[in-house]
Design a protein around this ligand. Sequence first.
Ligand code: ASP
Ligand code: MG
Length: 437
Amino acid sequence: MKVLKFGGTSVGTAERIKNVAQLIVEDGQPKFVVLSAMSGTTNTLLEISGYYRLQNAVGASEVIVRLEQKYKEVVEALYTNEDLKKEAKRVMKGIFEYVRSFANRPFTIYEEKCIVAQGELISTNLMNLYLRQEGVKVGFLQALDFMRIDKNAEPDFQYIEEHLKEQIRAAGEQDVYITQGFICRNAYGDIDNLLRGGSDYSASIIGAAIRAEEIQIWTDIDGMHNNDPRVVAHTKPVRHLNFDEAAELAYFGAKILHPTCITPARMYNIPVRLLNTMDPKAPGTLVSNETEQNMIKAIAAKDGITSIRIKSSRMLLAYGFLRQVFEIFEHYKTSIDLITTSEVGVSLTIDRDKHLDEIVTDLKKFGAVSVDKDMVIICVVGDMRWDNLGFESKVVDALRNVPVRMISYGGSNYNISVLVRKEDKVKALQALSEALF
Ligand code: ASP
Ligand code: MG
């Protein structure tokens, strides 16, 4: 069975929900469908939560009225069958009553997660009823019954696999199984989620759990592009990536795929296909464990990077120095992206500067610390094994007119990353595009 995940824009209007339903049933093959909330809904639910947090029930209510109105229109547009329309209205009424029930009560992150979960519950309910209207036999599974994270907020694979299989068995043989992306329960049984954009992750976890033949991530772009289409003209979709290349690209900027999404698929070697609902016949991007040799595939950029340099005379011949440096970052739960070292110093980058001041203060014990903010990591991905001659020199040469703060090469076979200033990003991306493609 294939797992198909449709993102927020793919189900963003009644019209698009109908298109997606068409796509689902077209080839008559059984499928497992994972849906995001309709685009904008998760943000709106967070806005409502923001008002509740401030104990502003009136503010929350105004936003709820607008959201409910939007869904009333969607329901009108979707259903011609009066019974199903009535059923859809009943479900919507229940959900909005639930959202309203949080007014004038203590409101914490736990309540917020309950509210934010409603977006996917709405979209899947709407799709379930619409598919039924189209005569499709649907097994409607509830992610909250099988999707679960452990105490470290990592998916609990064993639990998920067992419970998902149980749910599928209980639903019996159907044309299509459908469930919510993003939402789950935590180790204590409370409603939780897999973080923003987490529906891709849900799809990949489900694909791994049922050993799917393929996982398809449907969005509104034609696969992963070889450069940022917002910055560089004439970018092209990349036809094929291996799992490592895709993971590097997802992490370093190509927004189309959730960075952690690759992991479960790779675990069971399940190909992931990135496809476009606006152009379903386009080939998109295939991610699998095969490597196309000697090819540079794509360039991605990650903004909002801070680089930190620690210069230390004590580093000279000092084992344990890097460990002490890393422990400081670990203490503040801040992960390091790039790192370069020399005998007298080390430079590294972080993308979360929440604890920057504390980190810098602690690092000063070891040496002179300097910080550069507003930096950008540019990551070139492809088959760049070190015995593959000339690839790194092409990258460096392309950037001869761009000030480069760090270069990181050799960490994996698939990537070379450089750090530049924000104001040089466009120039760097264009220069690399011209030199490499
Ligand atoms: N609805 C969630 C979000 O907007 C999850 C997703 O779309 O993947 O982040
Ligand atoms: Mg998404």
